[in-house]
Design a protein around this ligand. Structure first.
Ligand code: FES
Ligand code: FES
Length: 203
């Protein structure tokens, strides 16, 4: 798995903090004193927080439950359903998006942790004139999908992989794309597509 969560607070850390806080609540203690001494613990669970970020070149302002993942913010609150929820546990890569140019798993990233970031999803990859990104075109040229469910994540991950310079050969591509699973096993064609996109960058 090569993808990473962004920021210092990912969903697991956040939920662990909230769980720790719940476990520490004294049964009959002075709750106001407890709240004062634990003001850093996220007590606003369930309350909304304003979150601003740029999505595909457009500034978005959302009021979200602080537990909302970036994936849910994009899909459920902004209606961009290209990014897929395969596992919601950081295991399949279907939710991969770019945050400040780096690929991340949006199901493991809190939307609030992406405040101020520049986010790109599959919907924002084509040019302003509507021309497909070279990676998108390469996936079509090489039939690098069957059902297509994993494809948006594969393409976003391939864009990140190329930007990282981790596509020198087949083995590197397989290694650095290994966080993106394809249940249709289109892997050989995906490798060929990434190579075409890489070579089109070089030419
Ligand atoms: Fe995010 Fe599977 S949905 S890794
Ligand atoms: Fe079906 Fe990848 S094309 S899961």
């Amino acid at each position: 798995m090569t993808n990473e969560t962004s920021g210092n607070v990912d969903r697991r850390k956040f939920l662990n903090m909230a769980g720790t806080a719940a476990a520490m609540v004294p049964v009959a203690a002075d709750s106001s004193a407890w709240a004062q001494t634990n003001s850093m613990i996220p007590t606003a669970v369930g309350a909304s927080v304003q979150t601003n970020f740029t999505l595909n070149g457009r500034l978005e302002r959302l009021n979200l439950d602080p537990r909302t993942t970036l994936l849910d913010a994009v899909r459920e609150h902004l209606g961009l359903t290209g990014s897929k929820k395969g596992c919601d546990h950081g295991q399949c890569g279907a939710c991969t998006v770019l945050v400040n140019g780096k690929r991340i798993l949006s199901c493991l990233t809190l939307a609030a942790a992406s405040a101020g970031a520049d986010i790109t999803t599959i919907e924002g990859l084509k040019s302003a004139e509507g021309k497909l990104h070279p990676v998108q075109q390469a996936f079509i040229d090489h039939d690098a999908f069957q059902c297509g469910y994993c494809t948006p994540g594969q393409i976003m991950s391939a864009v990140g992989c190329l930007a990282e310079g981790n596509a020198d050969d087949d083995a590197s591509i397989r290694e650095f794309m290994s966080g993106n699973l394809c249940r249709c096993a289109a892997y050989p064609n995906i490798v060929e597509a990434v190579k075409q996109a890489r070579d089109s960058q070089d030419s």
